[in-house]
Design a protein around this ligand. Structure first.
Ligand SMILES: [Zn+2]
Ligand SMILES: [Zn+2]
Ligand SMILES: [Zn+2]
Length: 497
């Protein structure tokens, strides 16, 4: 997905195996179709695959939410014209078998991928998780949201996202037990470590291929294109601009002509590397060496057209291959990456809404056969964490604490066990309240009054106990003192009545 092998090219400047819990408090744009493609690769058949997809989606959302990550999903809209062919092929591969929930009336005009997407959006709606529909590719809108500062990072496998302007990308999500990890790619690092900016990546994509033009330039891979971009940079040329001007570049046309003409047979001196032979130079001197007889081994390189062309060998070679494609440099692709913009973003609601529990549970009963009460447990933990981490910018305060039950440890950190008011719409949980643990510091930040009251109450109880203990101690000491005195009296033989 995305630019062929781009993740490998960028591998050296990426951070690997970063725990997602370290992003707590961040807002992420999630490219839904990238997740759906991933889930659809699970090897199982028909309806079961569909249900598994819903299940994986739900558990991943709840897992990330319970780590305090706010998710904003992006659904792809109309496939850009430049990508239509690739898209149709990919969807056939991944979502070939139509899901059983697609009604027959829908079959005529909707692909099964849309069916996966629609069901996923239904799940997001019932969870109250916001989602946006892109006016094109999903990763394009993710990038825009990241660029505009609406989200802290994008979560996608599609490397195109960087070409669309994303600054921070999380990919390769994986669960390991209760934890999860991703690899991070930051444009800041790509720019400083590899000296590649967004335009350079687009230039590379045109050569090595991307979703919009799979094959790229024939026989050109990541190494050649990287080398060429480096060469351009060393000469202070902008790689993308240079590629765009390849067809009309007079100098390159001349060089190409020299390289393919008989002139390349022209002799160069083995001592000074200028035109002529050692023998000629020895007797008649060499003009570029500025000598009357002989020549110099340490003089400047030759500036003849052939030598200049040879220095440009890599560029000429790639140019020659690229221009065999009449459409090169594919201005439509460049435009797609650089000019993509969804306009109506300001008016869009991107905040969470309270989950619609009845809708959600009915939905889940249909797809993953989970009991309401069990589901509520997962939901409560996830929503509570999300609420606590984003309380200042959260409009749906679902959970209200009733009281702190006791101090405890949670994930090895000092925490409180807290009783929370039950949600009005929760008809599945049998108990009248929820009991959930929260880190002490986090709770105190969000509910300072309750935490302070509890702590001072604990302090009073502790002091009371101390006093009582001290009193007990005095009584015990007295007892021993008296016994000791008695014994010593006994031993001395004096009898006391
Ligand atoms: Zn010479
Ligand atoms: Zn010379
Ligand atoms: Zn020369």
């Amino acid at each position: 997905m995305g630019v062929t092998n781009l993740w490998t090219v960028l591998g050296s400047c990426m951070e690997h195996d970063v725990p997602t819990s370290s992003f707590s408090g961040q807002t992420l744009a999630v490219d839904l179709s990238a997740w759906l493609v991933e889930f659809s690769k699970v090897k199982t058949k028909g309806g079961r695959r569909f249900n598994l997809c819903v299940r994986n989606l739900l558990y991943r959302i709840l897992h990330l939410m319970s780590q305090g990550l706010k998710l904003l999903f992006v659904v792809e809209g109309k496939v850009p014209d430049v990508k239509r062919n690739t898209m149709i092929q990919r969807q056939k591969q991944n979502f070939g078998a139509l899901s059983p929930t697609c009604k027959s009336s829908q079959l005529a005009d909707r692909s099964s991928f849309n069916c996966y997407t629609e069901t996923s959006c239904e799940l997001l709606d019932s969870l109250g998780v916001p989602w946006l529909r892109s006016e094109g590719e999903g990763e394009a809108l993710c990038a825009q949201l990241n660029k505009d500062g609406v989200v802290d990072a994008c979560m996608t496998e599609d490397s195109d996202v960087l070409l669309y302007g994303a600054r921070r990308v999380y990919r390769n999500f994986r669960r390991v037990g209760a934890d999860s990890y991703v690899d991070i790619c930051q444009m800041e690092d790509v720019e400083s470590d590899l000296n590649l900016n967004r335009q350079d990546l687009i230039a590379m994509a045109l050569m090595i291929g991307c979703d919009y033009h799979k094959q790229g330039v024939k026989n050109v891979g990541k190494i050649k294109s990287m080398n060429l971009v480096e060469e351009f940079k060393a000469k202070n040329l902008d790689p993308l601009e240079r590629l765009c001007g390849w067809r009309e570049n007079e100098e390159l046309i001349k060089h190409q002509a020299v390289l393919s003409s008989d002139d390349r047979q022209q002799m160069h001196c083995s001592k000074c590397a200028h035109i002529g032979t050692v023998e000629c130079h020895r007797s008649g001197g060499c003009e570029p060496c500025d000598t009357q007889t002989d020549c110099r081994a340490d003089s400047d390189p030759c500036h003849c057209l052939l030598c200049k062309a040879r220095v440009n060998k890599l560029e000429l070679d790639l140019r020659d291959k690229a221009l065999q494609d009449a459409l090169f440099p594919h201005h439509d692709i460049i435009k797609e990456f650089l000019n993509f913009k969804c306009d109506n973003l300001e008016s869009v609601e991107v905040d969470y809404k309270p989950p619609s529990l009845s809708k959600l549970i009915a939905f889940l009963e249909q797809y993953i056969k989970i009991e309401g009460e069990k589901m509520m447990k997962h939901l409560c933990v996830a929503f509570l964490q999300l609420q606590l981490k984003h309380i200042s910018k959260f409009s749906c305060l679902c959970f209200k604490p009733r009281r702190i039950i006791k101090h405890c440890k949670h994930s090895h950190r000092p925490s409180y066990e807290i009783e929370w008011e039950k949600l009005d719409s929760d008809i599945w949980t049998i108990s009248d309240v929820y009991t959930m643990k929260v880190e002490r510091e986090q709770f105190s930040t969000n509910f300072p009054v309750m935490a302070e009251e509890y702590e001072s109450q604990c302090m009073r109880t502790l002091e009371g106990k101390k006093r009582q203990k001290a009193r007990c101690q005095t009584t015990v000491d007295d007892f021993f003192k008296r016994t000791k005195r008695l014994r010593s009296v006994k031993n001395s033989g004096i009898i006391i009545d």
